[in-house]
Design a protein. Structure first.
Length: 136
């Protein structure tokens, strides 16, 4: 018998739109027309989205969120679960050393002469001195 193991969800950004009951065109555009409002509500269920990963339509309630998964699939997430699990994506903060490293890798990829790379790095170092930059 396999022992129970613990796992942590990887920190990935997802795109999501909340179904308000009045934003059908927005959700149809977001899901590439894979979202539809039910003609007649089935209990609390008012709409459905096609989950291409599982090749099925999944029903949802007004207030639920539609998420775009890592493989381009769309799936619903209950409002309370969404609010517990997700938050706004924050910009990624990089130190000056990290930024210079990224800059250097890009310069080397362009196969510039060493003296040009050195001049560009010296100039970038002066500009970044005592500065924190944010890139998203």
């Amino acid at each position: 018998m396999t022992a129970v193991q613990k796992f942590r969800k990887k920190p990935i950004d997802v795109e999501a739109v909340q179904w308000t009951g009045t934003n059908l065109p927005e959700l149809q555009e977001f899901t590439d027309l894979q979202f539809s409002e039910l003609e007649k509500a089935l209990g609390e269920m008012t709409a459905e989205v096609f989950d291409k990963l599982h090749d099925t339509w999944v029903r949802l309630r007004t207030g639920d969120w539609i998420l775009k998964g890592t493989q381009g699939e769309f799936y619903p997430c209950a409002k309370d679960v969404f609010e517990t699990t997700y938050g706004p994506a924050e910009p990624i903060e990089h130190t000056n050393a990290e930024l210079l490293g990224m800059y250097l890798r890009n310069l080397r990829a362009e196969k510039l002469p060493d003296d040009v790379v050195e001049d560009l790095l010296r100039d970038a170092g002066r500009r970044l001195h005592n500065t924190r930059l944010y890139v998203s």
